[in-house]
Each structure stands twice: as structure tokens, then as C-alpha cells.
Design a protein around this ligand. Structure first.
Ligand code: TRP
Length: 331
């Protein structure tokens, strides 16, 4: 069975876009691949979080992934910092990662621009740590978006360089992986592109949002002044609302409002009210599980230990072999 690794940023809650896109695919993947999903808390240190924030962020992400349906008995879900073998491999890979190639990485250049007062070595070697995350489990498939393509290429470079240096084929090459057909695209509420947390306040609906917050966000969604011709093409902001409806509402509801739109009788207030209620209902079971799991520290600690144990078994095997290859041998 092929191995899949994916790192989850330890900041930010899951929104509907994450849930209906990547997470649904993770949930299917866990039955078909040897999956390692981890919370990238070591990576998050580049921005110097306070201890309390760091811990709360990791907890929130873990809780939401479990609530969304990642099964800790099927996939290995773990916290990166619970697996010190990752940091060890990162150290080894750093010895063969060159300043020039790290400086040329797009994500590094973006970070330098974004935080010029905190250009630390962790930022520079972020792709090395990411390579360690992946190749420590000898993964070949990494379900990430386009923005991570360059990082994956670097992971292949570092793995291959290790192989060449020690004249073996120890590490396989990891490639970006799109599960099934195309990802479902979930639009945001700002009338523009897809749902995302960097697109501004109110654009994204989070799984942890209360029903009141969801209603408020949906009622504020951008609309136009209404159709002026029968059966006209919907402008983007209206199409977005219908696309969201397609995901959270019944087919009858969708058809009902589509028909009202086509006959120029639609009232956006009604449409949004319906959409908001359907969103509230669609997310209700997850919201409930989020609250249950967040309050169950025994369960959380059991899940984290189990994940760490399974991840360390795999990572420990790699590190033992890597040490042997490098020449750290027992006397
Ligand atoms: N860089 C990834 C992101 O920003 C997170 C990440 C860290 C990751 N390590 C990884 C993703 C390993 C996949 C595999 O989203």
C-alpha cells in the first residue's frame, strides 16, 4: 500500500471549503492508503507563537480533524513535535541543503517580504523540514495544492541528494497527489473566488462558527440588484450562492430558487435565509462533535498518544537505517 503524508498548518480553523474539499478526500484516502496526517507545529515556530497560543492552535486543529471524520484507527494522525525523529532527519538533510537553493524558494521570498523583521533560519529551511516530514515515512503521495509544488520538488531534490551521496536508493520520490476527480470548489461569501481565510472577514464560514455567526455571515453575502431578463446567466456573486446551495441544500430547494431566479421572482433575502439554515444544519453534527471532543481530554490524549506511537514506529525505523547509512554505527 502506498504511503500518503500531509502536513496540516496548525493555525486557523477549518472552513467549509476545507471540509468539502481536502477533508472529504482525506476521509476517503484513509481507507485506501497508509495515511499519515500530522499537525505541523514545528513549522509554526517560525512565527514565534506564545506557548498558550501554540497549544490551543494545535488542539483546535486536532479536534476539528477528528470531528470532521478523520479516523485515528485508520489514519495515523499525530502532532509533529511528538515525533523527534523528524527533527533529527531535518538536521541530516540540512547538511546537504544549499543556501542558494533555499534562498531562491518562492515561499521564502514571500516570507521575507511579509515579515522583514523576522527572517530566521527556520524560515529559510522550512522546505527541508517539510522534506523530512514526507520522506521520514517514505511517502510517495502528498495531497497538497499548487502552492506547495515547489516544496515537493525540493523534497525530491533532498531525498535524491541523500541517495546519491550514499550511493543507494533509500528514499522514494514524493509527488503531489490529487485524490479522485477534481476538488470540489467552494466559493466564499465575498462575491469573488473561493472560500479562504485570507480573503477577509466574513468570506469564510467555519465549522466552529455558531448558528448566529453563520446566519450573520450569509445574510451579509454580496448580491446584485436581481435578474432583469428571464433565464439570464448568473453573475459570479449569485452563482456562488447557488454553488453553496448545491452543497448544503436539498435538490428541491436548489431547484426552487433556481426557478425563482430564472423567472425573475427571486428574493435574495429569502434565498440567503434558506442557505443559512441549510448551512447551519449541514454543519450541526460536526459542530456538536467539535464541542464534545474539545471537552474530552482523555480521548484527545489517547488519540495523540496512539498517533505519536504509530508515527514514531515508522519514523524510528527510517532514522535507524539512515544513521546506519550515514555511518553512525554502534561500537
Ligand atoms: N507547507 C504545508 C502548507 O503550508 C504544510 C506542510 C508542512 C506539509 N509539512 C508538510 C504538507 C508535509 C504536506 C507534507 O500547507
Amino acid at each position: 500500500m502506498e504511503t500518503v503524508v500531509s502536513g496540516i498548518r496548525s493555525t486557523g480553523n477549518l472552513h467549509l471549503g476545507n471540509y468539502y474539499g481536502a477533508i472529504q478526500n482525506f476521509i476517503k484516502m484513509q481507507h485506501e492508503y497508509n495515511c499519515y496526517f500530522f499537525i505541523a507545529d514545528l513549522h509554526s515556530l517560525t512565527t514565534h507563537p506564545t506557548p498558550a497560543n501554540l497549544h490551543n492552535n494545535v488542539k483546535q486543529v486536532l479536534v476539528e480533524y477528528l470531528a470532521a471524520g478523520i479516523d485515528p484507527e485508520k489514519a495515523t494522525i499525530y502532532v509533529q513535535s511528538d515525533v523527534p525523529e523528524v527533527a533529527e532527519l531535518y538536521l541530516y538533510l540540512n547538511m546537504n541543503a544549499y543556501l542558494g537553493e533555499l534562498e531562491r524558494s518562492t515561499s521564502f521570498k514571500d516570507k521575507v517580504r511579509a515579515q522583514p523583521d523576522n527572517v530566521n533560519a527556520g524560515l529559510l529551511t522550512y522546505p527541508v523540514l517539510m522534506a523530512a516530514d514526507i520522506i521520514i515515512h517514505k511517502a510517495t503521495k502528498v495531497p497538497v495544492g499548487k502552492d506547495q509544488e515547489q516544496h515537493l520538488e525540493m523534497a525530491r531534490t533532498f531525498g535524491n541528494r541523500f541517495n546519491r551521496l550514499y550511493n543507494n536508493d533509500y528514499f522514494p520520490e514524493p509527488y503531489a497527489f490529487t485524490y479522485g476527480s477534481n476538488l470540489v470548489k467552494i466559493p466564499g461569501l465575498d462575491g469573488k473566488g473561493k472560500m479562504g481565510k485570507s480573503e477577509g472577514e466574513g468570506n469564510a464560514v467555519y465549522l466552529s462558527d455558531t448558528p448566529e455567526v453563520i446566519r450573520k455571515k450569509v445574510m451579509r453575502a454580496v448580491t446584485d440588484s436581481g435578474p432583469t431578463v428571464e433565464n439570464q446567466e448568473k453573475p459570479q456573486e449569485i452563482q456562488n450562492l447557488f454553488d453553496l446551495m448545491k452543497v448544503v441544500s436539498t435538490e428541491d430547494t436548489y431547484k426552487h430558487f433556481d426557478n425563482l431566479y430564472n423567472t425573475m421572482q427571486v428574493r435574495y433575502g429569502d434565498l440567503k435565509k434558506q442557505l443559512a439554515e441549510d448551512m447551519v444544519n449541514a454543519t450541526a453534527p460536526i459542530r456538536e462533535r467539535i464541542n464534545d471532543i474539545a471537552g474530552d481530554s482523555v480521548y484527545l490524549s489517547r488519540v495523540a498518544s496512539l498517533g505519536a506511537e504509530k508515527a514514531r514506529e515508522s519514523a524510528g525505523r527510517t532514522i535507524r537505517e539512515v544513521r546506519e547509512i550515514i555511518g553512525f554505527r554502534k561500537f
